[in-house]
Design a protein around this ligand. Structure first.
Ligand code: ZN
Length: 312
């Protein structure tokens, strides 16, 4: 019998934990969450994680051997400290070592976009529709823009741990300054806030993306139409860079911005224009696990290595 898989998704507002019965079944034995209260600092986040793990132990009667964590940002492979986290309390901290000392178990840490890509590959839309996909590119477009690469069933971290960090590729000057210190990043142009800023620049009104999208669908707000068309145009342009380099078997688009259906029609048409090929065979799919992808993917980090997957 396989060991249960313990996963924890460390978010900016909540910390969510799950115990799955094993790699074949994504039906939680335990699923629970508490607020991360990340504004109270690093030590407080650690205490909250410890509290959550104790709750999971009590509820399941189980003791973990290993725990997978989905984190904002990544662990620097050389320094072994966190970097690129938008929950900035974590940056520079030796999170892996601190968690292992605090919890007394081995932990595996990976970026939340990697977890998303891994969960959709193992249990979500990729498994349903493209079970033989060797390379999966999983995009999260929401408040930020990130992505994870899964190759032969494993996440691809890269030499510096930044494999898949497509959100901070250069896209267009109109995005303006990014928190990362550069300008015109993919994230500044096609994230939710980036798209909302563009709408405000046209209309003078501050609206949320779902409100802008409703106006777009109603068809009589010129600024909303221009905003969604711009989003789709730049989505295609940004993704073309990935397709030209990785040529993935499938692309999955998650996050709040991913709910905009035109990304799959107008966005896809734009991608087709910019990719270095005379056609586009790459499926672009909507995820099927919803909010569960992050925490399921964290649990997938501690699943036993499927050696068959390596030889596919
Ligand atoms: Zn950036």
């Amino acid at each position: 019998m396989s060991q249960p898989l313990w996963g924890i998704d460390l978010g900016g507002t909540k910390i969510e934990g799950v115990i799955l019965p094993g790699p074949d079944r994504a039906e939680p034995m335990v699923r629970t969450r508490i607020p991360s209260e990340s504004g109270k600092g690093y030590k407080h986040i650690l205490n909250q994680i410890s509290r959550l793990v104790n709750m999971m132990k009590d509820e399941s009667g189980l003791i973990p051997e290993k725990i997978g964590f989905g984190t904002p940002g990544v662990t620097d492979p050389v320094l072994q400290t966190m970097k690129n986290c938008n929950s900035t309390a974590l940056n520079g901290q030796p999170l892996k070592a601190d968690l292992e000392e605090l919890l007394g178990v081995e932990v595996v840490l990976e970026n939340d976009a990697n977890c998303f890509a891994l969960a959709e590959t193992n249990w979500g839309v990729v498994k349903e529709k493209m079970p033989n996909a060797k390379m999966v590119f999983g995009i999260i477009m929401g408040t930020g823009t990130g992505a994870g690469i899964v190759y032969n069933g494993h996440t691809w971290l890269g030499k510096q741990g930044i494999g898949g960090e497509w959100g901070h590729n250069y896209l267009d000057e109109s995005g303006g300054a990014c928190y990362c210190g550069k300008t015109g990043c993919v994230e500044t142009v096609i994230s939710g806030p980036g798209t909302e800023r563009f709408y405000t620049s046209l209309s003078g009104k501050k609206l949320k993306l779902d409100e802008i999208y409703t106006l777009y669908k109603n068809g009589n707000d010129a600024a909303a139409i221009k905003t969604i068309e711009r989003l789709c145009y730049f989505f295609g342009k940004a993704v073309s860079v990935v397709v030209n380099i990785l040529d993935p078997d499938v692309i999955v688009v998650g996050g709040g911005v991913g709910n905009i259906k035109e990304l799959y029609s107008l966005g896809r048409a734009s991608l087709e224009n910019y990719v270095f090929n005379n056609r586009l065979d790459t499926p672009i799919l909507a995820p099927s696990l919803g909010d569960s992808a992050g925490v399921f993917g964290a649990a997938a980090l501690v699943a036993p290595v499927d050696t068959n997957a390596l030889n596919r």
